[in-house]
Design a protein around this ligand. Sequence first.
Ligand code: FAD
Ligand code: SIN
Length: 549
Amino acid sequence: MKANDGQTFDYLVLGSGIAGLFFALKAAEHGRVGIVTKKHRAESNTNYAQGGIAAVTSSQDSFEMHIQDTLTAGAGLCKEPVVRTIVEEGPRRISDLIELGMRFSEREIPGFPGEIELDLGKEGGHSRRRILHAKDITGREIERALLQAVSQQPRIQVMENHFAIDLITTRKLGIGSDNRCVGAYVLNVESGRVDTFAARAVVLATGGCGKVYVYTTNPDIATGDGVAMAYRAGAPVANMEFIQFHPTCLYHPKAKSFLITEAVRGEGGTLKTIEGVPFMERYHPMKSLAPRDVVARAIDNEMKRSGAEHVLLDITDKPAPFIIDRFPNVYRTCLQFGIDITKEPIPVVPAAHYQCGGVVTSVDGQTEVAGLYAIGEVACTGLHGANRLASNSLLEAVVCAHRAAIQVAGEPQLPDASALPTWRSGHATNADEMVVVAHNWDEIRRSMWDYVGIVRTQKRLQRARKRIANLLEEIQAYYWDFIVTSDLLELRNIATVAEVIVASAMARPESRGLHYTLDFPNPDPSWAQRDTVLRRAAAEPELSREPGS
Ligand code: FAD
Ligand code: SIN
């Protein structure tokens, strides 16, 4: 394996979703920014976001109402000052997005012909219409607008097909007394070379970990790389037991991970059993628009009770032109699978969707490791608590990216990349046993789905823990023996994240929000406001082969 002398930036951003791009645009005002992204620049969870961004922009709404809805969904675990900051700064960041070229859907104001206002959608857990959206392809429009703005900013360099392997910290290098992040080792997927990048601040914007589960709404990039890297670097990781399962993923043998946006329920779509009977009134007064944890568990229960492989989401009551105009992407995609949503209900199942926990940060994105920031889905700021309110994650990403971009300006100048040790490939040889990687990959994701899903028990968690520990051992040996590839790196990361999720779930002896266990079916007041924080012990052996190995 070849290694180079590396590159130096003021700010090194890992990931090109909404958090990474928005940060880069802001930080470029005072420094040079390098963005490494492991696939094509638009490929991200952001790109698939449908429903929109929650923010208070209507006179019918208020900050207090948005804060209250967020706290209610979060089931006692949100940090109220963080919720307040993010909600109150939301409208200003929405204006920034519009200035950067984002086009939200608009509508004519009823009773005022020719006058236009932003069209606001409604989603589960929201007491008001407050979701700004671009039809049902909000994320695609965000990526288009931000990437266009980035392309015009000479101080930002985007490097596609660059996979961040691990963070470089003073602790790993054995220098200094504090633990400071000074760069990252990055695999250039096309050349196979591992580059050394140095920066005053490294910003994790790597998104979530849906691929840890066999059924997910997330695209392939969502392998929890940021959480795994931060954990290996000694940063605390919190609340990883709170994995959000989206209630309505399209159920079709040929559909891979296609979400049916909650906005469909916001516009009147009703959840029904396969016999066509509405069932949500038996679970929550907000019926099909109850918070997501409640809806996902209700569907799970209905499927287990009846043995059905899915439930139905029915919006056929609405006029066909409205459905086609409001949900063009959902309409077209379902039609490709032979389902005309204007005429028939949509088969849906819950699927892993969002990581509410993550790397512990302040609302400015600072982690406990100096010089290391985390923003967007990879971070745990305290906004979401035990269950994220729909469409609050894009909001959190822009507010925290903006704040982090201000914060990083205060980071000290560091030596450049040539002063850092280059990657050592050790005794790696060609990987000819990719079948082992594929097998372990399937086994982890299947075990997580079967034992660490919507409904948990201590016994199932113990089973998962045992299987994942065995797999981790095997992967560690494999990692040391073979040349690194993105498949192997992702396998190593999902295994680490799976281990962290299981450990977090086992550490919480209660049910709260998205963490529901039959052994402790109720919330325990003594656990209210208590985060589950995991930190890798400094003395633990590294799954890493930087200098000295
Ligand atoms: P992402 O957008 O996921 O970007 C992560 C980036 O990091 C990608 O570019 C990826 O390639 C890169 N990356 C990852 N690992 C590495 C590595 N090792 N090296 C280099 N690069 C790496 N939220 C809402 O608020 N509203 C919605 O309507 C909404 N709808 C959603 C619909 C779907 C189908 C999904 C999956 C999620 C939805 N969410 C929604 C959640 C929201 O989209 C995400 O939480 C948010 O987009 C995350 O943004 P991010 O910038 O943190 O990460
Ligand atoms: C959706 O459109 O249903 C997804 C919204 C979200 O995850 O916030």
